[in-house]
Design a protein around this ligand. Structure first.
Ligand code: CA
Ligand code: CA
Length: 203
């Protein structure tokens, strides 16, 4: 009596998620049931996450990008997404504030998680984004951003750093907030679309 059933949502986690997301207690309980139905182990593996991306992008190569997104959501770096990480990701990509989204974008670009972004890290993410854009669509990109290298140069030049410099989180967020053109270059809006579609599917 009084003990939480195993697999139940703990009061602490519930309170934490209520404070940090827009979801109500009822919504969180409902999400939790759906999450357990889809992932009885209570965790999403990287392979499961990649296969979700693969199913949405049958004609592209989303694996590298999916891995980067997974890393950015795996807050405790244990190689799986638990319910808390899943809900935070859902909240961020569907309704988070701009600053929260940019904090997430910074985490996405900070591949080695050391708190700064190098030009190589930008190149790595931009390459994975290009793998998601069809060859046909790539032809329509402006001349100075139609390859991963050109786009990386364009983003890097904007921040005014030396070739081997580093961008801090504060510089990154401020820079992108000040320049919508950079926002467009760093992002790929498909993750939001994927999340939306997952949401529709589950509701
Ligand atoms: Ca985790
Ligand atoms: Ca880094």
């Amino acid at each position: 009596m009084g003990n939480a059933k195993s697999g139940a949502l703990s009061k602490e986690l519930l309170e934490e998620l209520k404070m940090n997301t827009k979801y109500s207690e009822e919504q969180l309980y409902a999400w939790y049931q759906k999450f357990l139905n889809e992932c009885p182990t209570g965790r999403i593996s990287r392979e499961q996450f990649e296969s979700i991306y693969a199913s949405f992008f049958p004609d592209a190569d989303p694996k590298a990008y999916a891995q980067h997104v997974f890393r950015s959501f795996d807050a405790n770096s244990d190689g799986t997404l638990d319910f808390k990480e899943y809900i935070v990701a859902l909240h961020l990509t569907s309704s988070g504030k701009t600053v929260e989204k940019l904090e997430w974008a910074f985490a996405l670009y900070d591949v080695d998680r050391n708190g700064t972004i190098t030009k190589n890290e930008i190149h790595e993410i931009v390459k994975s984004i290009f793998n998601m854009i069809s060859k046909e669509d790539q032809k329509n990109l402006p001349d100075d951003e139609n390859t991963p290298e050109k786009r990386t140069d364009k983003i890097w030049d904007f921040f005014g750093k030396k070739e081997n410099g580093k961008i801090t989180e504060g510089e990154f967020i401020q820079g992108v907030m000040d320049n919508k053109n950079i926002l467009r270059l760093i992002q790929f809006d498909e993750p939001q679309k994927v999340q939306e579609r997952l949401k529709e599917k589950k509701q």
